[in-house]
Design a protein around this ligand. Structure first.
Ligand SMILES: Nc1ncnc2c1ncn2[C@@H]1O[C@H](COP(=O)(O)OP(=O)(O)OP(=O)(O)O)[C@@H](O)[C@H]1O
Ligand SMILES: [Mg+2]
Length: 238
């Protein structure tokens, strides 16, 4: 079987500074794969490159059987790669429902769009209850739900989530993680970037630990969760 996403020797630079220094990993259909690592490791840079927002200086990206190297960002969305960015970037003055609709901007199947809006409300009932309110009135965790719901509106083959638990209370974080597990059980393929290594590895089929632009450790979620160096560096044990 060929992987849904294959990243090979990817290198990304900001000017002269190389932020991603030749990383390789893959994501099979139906899997949750996580990238964990400390601040500045290059996780967000990797996702932004996969989305076409940054151009790599080297390496290969293959998604669903084709190279993405020269594909513009909007085309990448239409090929089925969706990105819920770090910091959410919802539109605070627009209603919750209009924010969701924006996620479907490349679709024209009206009934399908309505069905998927309903699906987002089923997944996150609070969004449905407040659909006509400005998105800026949502709490941080609820805005995270909206960002995930919006990314799902493009009917992605691969959903990339950048730090969905950032800044959330433990309860809200658990909710978000439970939703990721639910999406996985529905067959959504997910590439999850997290600083919360415990939560991410518990969910993930495979994980990669990034440090200053490189992948330094790879394994199944369970292997990494029990790895001594990971426990020391990322799970706060000594
Ligand atoms: N626009 C930019 N211009 C210059 N350097 C940048 C830019 N964005 C990121 N960097 C640098 O690239 C490196 C990787 O940053 P990146 O945001 O990818 O890390 P990250 O793993 O997502 O970190 P965090 O966990 O803090 O979100 C860092 O050293 C960062 O300072
Ligand atoms: Mg980041």
């Amino acid at each position: 079987m060929t992987a849904l996403l294959e990243v090979e020797d990817l290198r990304v630079a900001y000017g002269k500074i190389e932020a991603v220094k030749g990383i390789s990993f893959k994501v099979d259909a139906g899997e949750v794969v996580t990238l964990i690592g400390t601040n500045g490791a290059g996780k967000t840079t990797t996702l932004r490159t996969l989305s076409g927002l940054l151009k790599p200086v080297g390496g290969q990206i293959r998604f669903d059987g084709r190279s993405l190297k020269k594909t513009p960002a909007h085309k990448i969305v239409s090929l089925g790669l969706a990105h819920s960015p770090e910091g959410r970037h919802i539109f605070p003055r627009m209603t919750i429902e209009d924010n969701l609709r924006l996620g479907a901007f490349l679709r024209s199947d009206r009934t399908g769009i309505e069905k998927d809006i309903q699906r987002a409300y089923d997944l996150f009932p609070i969004l449905g209850e407040r659909r006509k309110q400005a998105a800026g009135t949502l709490s941080g965790g609820e805005q995270q739900m909206l960002a995930m719901g919006r990314a799902l509106m493009s009917q992605p083959k691969l959903l990339m989530l950048d730090e969905p638990s950032m800044g959330l209370s433990p309860i809200m974080m658990q909710k978000i993680m439970a939703t990721i597990a639910e999406l996985k059980s529905q067959g959504t393929t997910i590439l999850l970037v997290e600083q919360n290594a415990q939560a991410a590895l518990s969910l993930a089929d495979h994980g990669h630990v990034m440090e200053i632009g490189k992948i330094v450790l790879t394994g199944t979620g369970q292997d990494l969760l029990h790895d001594e160096s990971v426990r020391k560096a990322y799970l706060g044990e000594d």
